[in-house]
Design a protein around this ligand. Structure first.
Ligand code: ZEM
Length: 290
């Protein structure tokens, strides 16, 4: 059996090796298509996996990565999802070559690939998500609004079932990628190495002096030294709030601790609301960089 056999689900029972093949295809595409943004689709793939997952509501069990409902207009058109068509389109040829994998498993697998290929920690992967139809689209407003502060962050992330430490660990993803004026309205990257997973986000939050950027766009901060880096109001909430800040300090000091906690919390994020089979054991998929 091969991942490219074109069989649809039902009889084809994919094994770890089949997922590793899809992993390798995504990794090869990342390597090949290096003319995007800062040289990689990696960051926007991480954002796709996060926005697919971050709609989860623990009270109703709705939303989350099981369903890939962002394929449909109501959810795909939510303001928070602006620009994520780039990530979905990047993955479409991989879906065509491996029709047995659901979009919902593929998007999360792509998040895992992106993190590992950008030299981040190992992320255990469990497949088992099924695509849902348009009726399962989540209402607008479940993802965080960058113009707000600590209360909003807690409202949004507690709804998914996270605590303060986990909110700070997840936010380290902003070591990656950048803001685009034609997507969120904000502009610029958070770090000098936006295609490598590091704890730089925390170090910069603590050690740089941040000032309001003087421009016509939405309120954001810039570093005093180079004026090339940015922070969102929600990023600054992590250092103005004592309970958050203690974790920013820990992660700034200890990259190993950040990697360990980031791996655990992103795995939790990616699995919110997914009804895995009892025997679904997490897979360790091999980075191509090793
Ligand atoms: Zn983000 N994020 N995010 N984020 N994010 C952006 C970009 C990226 C917030 C937010 O408003 C924004 C998490 C949490 C939060 C990534 C991953 C994760 C952008 C810029 C905004 C405005 C979008 C644009 O213009 O293209 C807010 C308010 C958050 C609350 C804490 C979590 C959690 C993430 C993953 C675990 C990534 C990788 C990007 C970069 C995307 C890119 O295209 O470069």
């Amino acid at each position: 059996l091969s991942g490219s056999s074109g069989e649809t689900s039902g009889f084809f029972q994919p094994k770890q090796d089949d997922y590793q093949k899809v992993y390798n295809q995504i990794a090869a595409r990342l390597e090949e298509k290096d003319d995007y943004d800062d040289g990689s689709y990696g960051p926007v793939l991480v954002r796709l996996a996060w926005h697919a997952s971050g709609t989860y509501d623990k009270e109703t069990g709705t939303g989350g990565s099981n369903g890939a409902t962002m394929r449909f207009a109501p959810e795909g058109d939510h303001g928070a999802n602006a620009g994520l068509a780039a990530a979905r389109d990047f993955l479409e040829p991989v879906k065509q070559a491996n029709p047995w994998i659901s979009y919902s498993d593929l998007w999360i697998l792509a998040g895992v690939v992106a993190i590992q290929e950008m030299l981040g920690p190992q992320i255990p992967y469990r497949p088992g998500r099924k695509d849902k139809d348009i009726a399962a689209c989540t209402p607008d407003g479940r993802l965080p609004d960058a113009t707000q502060g600590n209360k909003h962050l807690r409202d949004i992330f507690y709804r998914m079932g996270f605590n303060d430490q986990e909110i700070v660990a997840l936010s380290g993803a902003h070591a990656l990628g950048r803001c685009h004026t034609d997507r969120s309205g904000f502009t610029g990257p958070w770090t000098f190495s936006p295609t490598v997973v590091t704890n730089e986000y925390y170090k910069l939050l603590l050690n740089e002096k941040w000032q309001w950027k003087n421009w016509k766009g939405p309120k954001q901060l810039e570093d005093k030294t180079t004026k090339t880096l940015m922070m969102l109001p929600t990023d600054m909430a992590l250092v103005s709030d004592k309970s958050f800040k203690q974790w920013v300090e820990k992660y700034a000091k200890d990259n190993d601790l950040f990697f360990k906690d980031f791996s655990a919390v992103i795995t939790k994020l990616f699995e919110l609301g997914v009804p895995f089979a009892e025997n679904a054991t997490p897979m360790t998929l091999k980075p191509t960089t090793a």
